[in-house]
Design a protein around this ligand. Structure first.
Ligand code: ADP
Ligand code: ZN
Length: 433
């Protein structure tokens, strides 16, 4: 069977920019006509659809934010008539009340195209057996990877999250070669595999992990690859912009290619809201060039990254963003210092004796806030009669402090003490809120 997915990944850059401009002009005119909030904001700024003459003119347009989706809930930002809407998705609600996005069939097809191209980028083909362990339903992970996998011709196992022993049994019995889930749930699967005596290398055909939906670090990627003998690929996306597959990592990129023919990226300074040139770090903003159900124009993701200036060795012309190591919502301010959970993770995973299971707890005290990091020791370390625990604690303290600049209290826990997650994990408990 010939599984046709589009392959604009290598498009000539001038042609790509011309295509983006055309799509942007069409989208802005469409949105201006149909979405009152957008029209009102454009009018306030004195900008009309006909003012979009070059791609740089996008900066004349107003931004959209998550609060707009909440304020205009449920249909205020929906541009298409109900007869064209075929499916709803809602965000996970990691940062508050979830938002709902009505999609048209075309929106679903565009998303499926990007997800299939992500899988193809990882070297996955119609020979692969893909276990979709992301949750199905309102969350975009499950159905997103499901349709992308089918479009590529993979044999898809739509198991969804949970029931870890069954996940492992089917993985082994069906010869699963690729699994898609959150990196934190894969850690849980690896734990249970160990308990069941399953060795991924020996007992399964697993080659690819497709991990996303939450921030994870380069250190975590290496750890997973070493432990499971697989390639851990990064996939990024968000419900507002469609779902997973907005950007995906190729083997050379050291970041993720954005499928720019569908999703136009900008980086802005989150304080001044001015666009930043490629290369500078700031907040990622997207315009959904091909979505007409609930189009997003200059949507502020609150995710922090930069767009690379150098071309990727793979030859794709789609621009590359740094791996999303932090969402600005996750930023903790402790003793006046900005701390991201991913920085703590990077420090912790440099210590060979600790396991990748941790929790960050911030508690107010009479003097300064206390930053406590609870982290599990590796089972093999814990099993030994550790005499050098104080040394390991000192190393862990230093590894974290060197990155975040403030002194954490390190508490070691036995294996399996901290809660595990089947979807996005919650690693931070902020008792100041
Ligand atoms: P919510 O905002 O409720 O979590 P979504 O389920 O739509 O809603 O999740 C989208 C968010 O998840 C992104 O904005 C980003 O912060 C995070 N995310 C998704 N994929 C990745 C990834 N590969 N790396 C880091 N963060 C990611
Ligand atoms: Zn590349």
């Amino acid at each position: 069977m010939n599984h046709s997915i589009s392959t604009p990944d290598y498009m000539n850059v001038d042609d790509l920019r011309a295509m983006q401009l055309k799509k942007l002009q069409k989208l802005v005119a469409y949105e201006y006509e149909r979405v009152e909030l957008f029209r009102r904001r454009c009018d306030e700024k004195g900008v009309k659809p006909s003012d979009i003459v070059t791609l740089a003119d996008i900066s004349k347009l107003p931004f959209m934010k998550k609060t707009d989706l909440r304020d205009e809930y449920p249909y205020g930002l929906t541009a298409a008539p109900m007869k064209e809407i075929v499916r709803f998705h809602c965000s996970s609600g990691t940062t508050g009340k979830p938002i709902c996005i009505p999609n048209t069939m075309n929106d679903i097809k565009v998303w499926q195209d990007a997800t299939a191209r992500s899988l193809a980028m990882y070297g996955i083909t119609d020979e692969d057996v893909l276990q979709v362990t992301y949750g199905y339903g309102l969350f975009t992970g499950g159905l997103g990877l499901h349709y992308g996998g089918e479009a590529l011709g993979c044999a898809v196992l739509p198991i969804g999250g949970g029931n870890t022993e069954k996940q492992l049994m089917l993985m082994r019995d069906l010869g699963v070669t690729a699994i898609a889930c959150t990196p934190s749930y894969f850690l849980r699967i690896a734990d249970v595999a160990r308990q069941m005596g399953i060795d991924f290398r020996r007992d399964t055909k697993l080659k690819h992990g497709i991990f996303g939906a939450e921030p994870w670090t380069e250190e975590m990627r290496r750890k997973i690859e070493e432990e499971a003998g697989i390639i851990a690929h990064d996939i990024y996306g968000l419900t507002e912009i469609s779902g997973p597959g907005v950007a995906a990592a190729c083997e050379h990129s050291n970041g993720l290619h954005v499928f720019e023919d569908h999703y136009y990226p900008e980086i802005i300074d989150p304080e001044t809201l001015e666009p930043l040139p490629d290369g500078e770090k700031g907040e990622l903003v997207f315009t959904t060039l091909d979505r007409f159900g609930t189009p997003m124009i200059r949507y502020r993701t609150r995710d922090l990254t930069r767009i690379h200036t150098e071309k990727c060795k793979c030859g794709r012309t789609m621009r590359v963003i740094d791996r999303i190591s932090a969402r600005s919502d996750d930023m903790l301010i402790i003793h006046g210092v900005n701390v991201f959970p991913s920085q703590v993770e990077t420090g912790l995973l440099r210590v060979p004796e600790v396991a990748p299971h941790y929790q960050i707890i911030v508690t107010p005290t009479d003097t300064l806030d206390l930053l406590e990091i609870k982290v599990e020791l590796k089972p093999e370390i814990f099993a030994e009669d550790v005499t050098n625990l104080e040394q390991i604690r000192k190393n862990t303290f230093n590894a974290v402090k060197n990155i975040i600049g403030i002194s954490p209290k390190i508490t070691f826990l036995p294996p399996q003490s901290l809660p595990r997650s089947e979807g996005k994990i919650k690693r931070v408990i902020d008792n100041r809120k």
